[in-house]
Design a protein around this ligand. Structure first.
Ligand code: NIG
Ligand code: FE
Length: 408
């Protein structure tokens, strides 16, 4: 009863420890434990090392037969998987050459998802999140950030955040909520008061009281909020102790300056970042997050990940899974593809979806296999870790463990 469990042996175990948070990484730097094992108890890691060294009469063993690689459960630090409906029509319109404005005029864009999400019941939304997070989990993603942002009123944003909280109680993957009440200006805002002012005064305090999120996000973009407009929102969020994250430099630059000014934990997108923003981010504590799923979904440029790393920045890679710009929702596939376009080493790709992504969510107990960390790990049926990105997401995990329990 309650004896520690030893899992292994693994042909190669990648603990993702001892690597820096910032800057370029060469594959020669990647620590690999040959014939590794993980000793766990009560959902946590007791020890990581050589399997035979960890074996003793006091432990039970979960034997891994054949050649396998083990690494930390992946962390997806940016998603919008709480939504109603679909935007397949937007996708077809975009591919037919229609502009952002034409699609919005035809009833598409973020506002379409707001309308469909408002129509959905909390239960329907919970089911959507749980089924999407289950798919991510099977692909090795054990922690998933989930944003609100398709409510765009105090009540509807609350409905989304309560939904995410409820889904987290059912979902096997951990869900990390973020308030994105500043996703765009609500098209049905007819009050005299400023929308963001109402969010600050009425929504933020309830989020605190009900403990619905520790993070606040905004879309800083011409089509959403300007850097000037968003300042009071981030100022108040910071005063109230929220972590800040920003949808920055997606189509036009400006967002990453705001992110750095507010000491944001992350600035995400950055497809339009120029040398100036790259240097700014590299010198800051803000983690740059690439969202290749949005580049693939929109047919746009990739985040300049190589330049960010070479400038000394920290790079996380996330799926941005959402119904509009990134419907695919497959982190490993997207991170591997970003690697080919941006010439990233395997270590940089894997760091971007493990410990660097965990840092973007300020989670100290994930993204690495080390004593005290959550026993979240993913196992691939191969004898060489290079096969993982090489197959671009088509090599699927044979086992995924969450908090010390195998999920399939
Ligand atoms: O991260 N850029 C803004 N927001 C989302 C898109 C959401 C949507 O289109 O529904 C993004 O890409
Ligand atoms: Fe996003």
């Amino acid at each position: 009863m309650n004896r520690p469990l030893l899992i292994g042996p693994f042909t190669q175990l990648l603990p993702m420890t001892g690597l820096p948070l910032k800057g370029a990484l060469k594959d020669e730097q990647l620590p690999i434990i040959q014939n590794g094992g993980i000793l766990i108890s009560k959902g946590k890691i007791l020890k990581v090392g050589v399997f035979d060294d960890l074996k003793s009469e006091d432990v039970d063993v979960h034997h891994i037969e054949g050649q396998h690689i083990c690494l930390p459960g992946f962390v997806d630090s940016h998603t919008h998987i709480c939504f109603g409906g679909t935007r397949a029509r937007d996708y077809a319109y975009r591919n037919a050459g229609k502009t952002y404005l034409e699609i919005a005029k035809a009833g598409g864009g973020i506002w379409d998802t707001v309308t469909q999400t408002r129509k959905a019941s909390q239960q329907e939304l919970v089911e959507g999140i749980v089924s999407r997070s289950q798919k991510h989990l099977k692909n090795g993603v054990t922690t998933i950030e989930v944003k609100s942002g398709y409510g765009l009123s105090v009540d509807e944003e609350l409905k989304m955040l309560r939904t995410i909280k409820q889904a987290n109680e059912t979902s096997k993957a951990s869900l990390i909520p973020t308030c994105l009440a500043a996703h765009m200006k609500p098209k049905d805002w007819y009050q005299d008061r400023n929308y963001l002012d109402v969010i600050i005064k009425e929504l933020f305090p309830i989020i605190k009281t009900e403990n619905l999120a520790h993070r606040v996000d905004a879309f800083v973009e011409e089509s959403a909020f300007s850097p000037e407009e968003i300042k009071p929102y981030f100022q108040k969020a910071k005063e109230m102790g929220f972590d800040i994250t920003v949808h920055a430099d997606q189509f036009t630059s400006g967002g990453s300056q705001i992110a750095v000014d507010f000491d944001a934990v992350s600035a995400d997108h950055l497809e339009a970042s120029t040398e100036k923003e790259i240097q700014l981010l590299a010198k800051s504590n803000t983690i740059a997050t690439a969202l290749p799923g949005a580049s693939i979904g929109l047919g746009c440029a990739y985040t300049p990940a190589r330049k960010i790393l070479d400038a000394g920045g920290a790079l996380s890679i996330a799926s941005d899974h959402n119904p509009g710009s990134a419907p695919m929702g497959d982190l490993l596939t997207q991170a591997s593809i970003l690697g080919t376009f941006e010439k990233l080493s395997n270590t940089e790709v894997l760091a971007g979806i493990t410990y660097r992504a965990a840092a973007a969510l300020r989670l100290k107990d994930r993204g690495k296999l080390e004593t005290g960390a959550q026993a979240d790990f993913v196992i691939f049926p191969t004898d060489n870790y290079q096969e993982i990105t090489y197959h671009q997401g088509q090599l699927k995990p044979s086992e995924v463990w969450k908090k010390g329990t195998p999920i399939h």
